[in-house]
Design a protein around this ligand. Structure first.
Ligand SMILES: [Zn+2]
Length: 116
């Protein structure tokens, strides 16, 4: 799994724009990241990965690099427990096949849930 060489916070698009070391550039809307928050409170302790949709008005108020492996995001709803590892961010990226934790698909900044 790759590492970011650049992470930009696009306020206009309300998204993180990550450039990976293999040249891939991923745009990840902030509400999409909030919906896939990896923290224990959002994910629980089972094997199933939970997608918890939130409103499009959720924004990122703080971004904090955690050592060399992850990014912590403080969201505008006050939630700040999520530590987004590079692996997690890459798996959420639209360029990564929607397998495993990212079931469904990602189009035009919106996560399309898989059919039941
Ligand atoms: Zn969370």
């Amino acid at each position: 799994m790759g590492r970011p060489v650049d992470i930009a916070h696009s306020l206009g698009n309300n998204a993180l724009v990550i450039t990976w070391d293999d040249g891939v550039r991923s745009e990840l809307p902030i509400p999409y990241l909030r919906a896939w928050c990896p923290c224990a409170g959002c994910q629980g302790h089972g094997n199933e990965i939970h997608h918890r949709p939130v409103g499009d008005d959720i924004r990122a108020e703080g971004l904090y690099e955690m050592g060399a492996y992850a990014l912590a995001i403080r969201f505008s709803d006050g939630h700040d427990a999520g530590i987004f590892s590079w692996t997690w961010l890459r798996q959420l990226s639209p360029q990564t096949e929607p397998v495993g934790l990212k079931r469904g698909s990602f189009r035009a900044g919106t996560f399309i849930a898989p059919p039941p």
